[in-house]
Design a protein around this ligand. Structure first.
Ligand code: GDP
Ligand code: MG
Length: 208
């Protein structure tokens, strides 16, 4: 995946402050500390474009990044917007912040016209929680595509990875193709996530 440039555009809490462009957009969601920043950095081949932190619960705004793909001859130059959504479900985050999170994300998903789909991250060592199950169900009612990713796969043996994958497949009623095993450390799963993003972009461009 060739990437020419990545630029942080802005942080926003409400629609009036979202960037005005209509480039295809993909948003990343998940609990704080799940590895969201690390996954985005791995996708765009940057070490720390998106801040990674061992102190969870810091990002409480919607962060927009713009990725620029070079002109490859048969495919013209393209732009893709990547969105780092605030993390949720961390105990140390106050009730007030938690009460802000849900409307912020629901408004974003409900109003953002160029949003093609979400990538929902879950730590491979945890079983899916109510937040994730509710979120996926809610996205289904909105007919919003959602790719599920199990992060930090390097923390488990291959056998245990598959065991967790099957548990997640069962919980979300998906087959193995519908959930990706990912590690920012080994870059396992990076290619598959890019393929899924490109499928969504092709779809969007065909509809235009
Ligand atoms: N072993 C391992 N650690 C990871 C991986 N992804 C993230 N981490 C670590 O998990 C912590 C949280 O990562 P971060 O990307 O900031 O999570 P975020 O809060 O969801 O954005 C950091 O200490 C990362 O180094 C991974 O794939 N493997
Ligand atoms: Mg982060």
């Amino acid at each position: 995946m060739k990437i020419r440039a990545v630029e942080f555009i802005k942080s926003a809490a409400k629609p009036a402050h979202y960037p005005e462009y209509d480039f295809p957009e993909i948003a990343f969601a998940g609990r704080s500390n799940v590895g969201k920043s690390s996954l985005i950095n791995t996708l765009i081949n940057r070490k720390d474009m998106v801040k990674t932190s061992s102190r969870p619960g810091c990002t409480q705004l919607i962060n927009f990044f713009l990725v620029n793909f070079p002109d490859t001859g048969d495919v013209p130059q393209e732009e893709l917007s990547l969105v780092d959504l605030p993390g949720y479900g961390y105990a140390k985050v106050s009730k007030k912040i938690r009460a802000q999170w849900q409307p912020m994300v629901e408004t974003y998903v409900g109003t953002r016209r160029n949003l093609l789909g979400l990538i929902l991250l879950m730590d491979i060592r945890r079983d899916p929680g109510k937040e994730e199950l509710d979120m996926v169900r809610w996205l289904e009612t909105k007919q919003m595509p959602c790719l599920l990713v199990l992060t930090k796969a390097d923390k488990l043996s291959k056998t245990k990875q598959l065991k967790q994958l099957d548990a997640a497949c069962k919980a979300f009623n998906r087959d193995r193709d519908g959930i990706v095993l990912f590690s920012a450390k080994t870059r396992q799963g990076r290619r598959i996530i890019w393929d899924e993003i490109h499928n969504l972009i092709d779809w969007y461009q065909e509809e235009e």
